[in-house]
Design a protein around this ligand. Structure first.
Ligand code: BGC
Length: 478
């Protein structure tokens, strides 16, 4: 038997999830940096080039998520996590230096590839490393890191802007905003070197002792570990499946579930609400300063709510979390829109405060439920022999939906904004949010009809459930 290397589980979960921080930072930092990039690089606001600086990360993420899954089933989760951290580092430095437009967008695409790869890799890695009764909480650490990254991005936007705490020159600050992401990228690489490989992957590669040692690090109960090893070995014996299996009858229920969760998580509007929060506050009659400061406060609030979600994730069924989350998000969005349209929110009146409270509630519901649960579920639900591939699929769909929602928002906003009205843009936002609100209620129907409960079940029993359901319909394992 190999000598057991003692690493603390906190260390493993922290570095295992750290890629989420880069995900959050790199997607969150651009809104602040954009205010100055255009001026220095001579890019017109509203032009294609302007939009592409933001969109490039999303496009890169779609590519990164697509390629990483099949690779992670082949080369393992850890190696690719390390590889992603190197791409993160190069992308962060390149966009921070960003002396030309081409350099900036190609570095942002590279960053996107790493962000997408991390989003498909980390949920699987964390799910495969945690005991069934802690898996939801551990998986939620990924979302906690995303939210922390977004928060840090807001803080760095504030501190490094010309009017901010450090008061840097406008042609200097944005380079730092983007380049600072190289620090966590380097940290991820260094910490990642000591991370264990996923035990499920090790068993699949025949490294039985090593796999057992990793499981023993996470769970001191030898008997339980033996049982787990037994189940993993059974499933690892099933030959690796490819796209045929991913789209085949056995995986179909998970595939539909992943597809729906990934799309709904985006079309319920979370990214646009987060992004437009300051504008909503201004439309509701608050000062610009209040709006900007509240953005940072919202970022912090997000982190706190997600930290609470880590604690409750394994105590409440995932389906319930998603249903309550969708009810809460839908109700708060519709309330916010009503306050803007009917109560004519403005100048700190009752309508304005209803807007602020509804927006905070919406974000709290998202952060505690749909934000983490979607990633947790797509990380745990696919069978071992297509887990990497399946997670890639979910992540690609999520990033594509993210891209579609964020690219269509400005156009839809113009279409929904009345020509002549007091606070016209506020009215446009309110009408558009009604659509996202309605989609939250459609999501409830989807959860009831197309999702399965995964809380507190071992990965192996989730898979066994899928197989026996398929066998009952006449499908056989190869
Ligand atoms: C979503 C991202 C979002 C982030 C923060 C994640 O779960 O997938 O699209 O930006 O949460 O809200």
């Amino acid at each position: 038997m190999l000598k057991r290397k003692q690493i603390s589980t906190n260390f493993i979960y922290f570095f295992g999830a750290l890629g989420g921080l880069l995900f959050g930072y790199d997607t969150g930092v651009i809104s602040g940096a954009m205010l100055f990039i255009g001026k220095e690089l001579g890019i017109k606001t509203g032009s294609f080039e302007d939009g592409f600086i933001t969109a490039s990360v999303l496009l890169g993420a779609i590519i990164g998520a697509a390629i990483i899954g099949p690779m992670s089933d082949k080369f393992g989760r850890k190696k690719l996590l390390l590889f992603s951290s190197i791409i993160f580092f190069i992308g962060a430095l390149g966009s921070g230096i960003g002396i030309t437009y081409i350099m900036l967008v190609s570095s942002r695409i590279l960053l996107g590839i790493a962000v997408g790869a991390a989003s498909a890799l980390i949920p699987t890695y964390l799910a495969e490393l945690s005991p069934a009764d802690k898996r939801g909480g551990v998986g939620t650490l990924f979302q906690l890191m995303i939210m922390t990254g977004i928060f840090l991005a807001y803080v760095s936007n504030e501190w490094l802007s010309p009017n901010g705490w450090l008061g840097l020159d406008q042609n200097v600050g944005w380079h730092w905003m983007l380049g600072l992401a190289a620090i966590p990228a380097a940290l991820l690489f260094i910490g990642g070197l000591s991370l264990p490989e996923s035990p499920r992957f090790l068993v699949k590669k025949g490294k039985i002792d090593e796999a057992k040692n990793v499981l023993l690090t996470m769970n001191k109960d030898e008997k339980l570990v033996e049982e787990e090893m037994h189940d993993i070995k059974l499933q690892a014996g099933i030959p690796s499946g490819g796209f045929k299996e991913l789209f085949g009858p056995m995986s179909r229920p998970v595939l539909i579930m992943a597809l729906g969760l990934a799309i709904f998580q985006q079309v319920m509007g979370a990214n646009t609400v987060l992004y437009y929060a300051p504008k909503i506050f201004i439309s509701a009659g608050f000062s610009e300063q209040f709006a900007l400061q509240s953005h940072i406060a919202i970022g912090l609030f997000n982190v706190i709510v997600t930290a609470i979600a880590v604690k409750i994730m394994d105590k409440i069924d995932r389906k319930k979390m998603l249903t309550y989350g969708a009810i809460g998000m839908g109700t708060s969005l519709l309330t916010m829109s009503t306050a803007m349209l009917l109560l004519k929110a403005g100048n700190g009146n009752l309508g304005s405060w209803i807007c602020v409270i509804a927006l905070a509630l919406y974000i709290a519901f998202f952060s505690a439920t749909w934000g983490p649960v979607m990633w947790v579920m797509i990380g745990e639900a696919f069978p071992l022999n297509i887990r990497g591939l399946g997670n890639s699929f979910g992540a690609v769909i999520n990033w594509t939906a993210n891209f579609a929602v964020s690219q269509s928002f400005p156009m839809l906003l113009i279409a929904f904004t009345p020509m002549h009205a007091v606070n016209a843009e506020g009215q446009g936002i309110a009408k558009l949010f009604i659509i996202y609100g309605i989609l939250c209620f459609v999501a409830i129907w989807f959860i009831a009809k197309f999702t399965m409960e995964t809380r507190n079940k071992s990965l192996e029993s989730i898979e066994a459930g899928l197989r026996s359901r398929a066998h009952a319909k006449g499908y056989t394992d190869k």
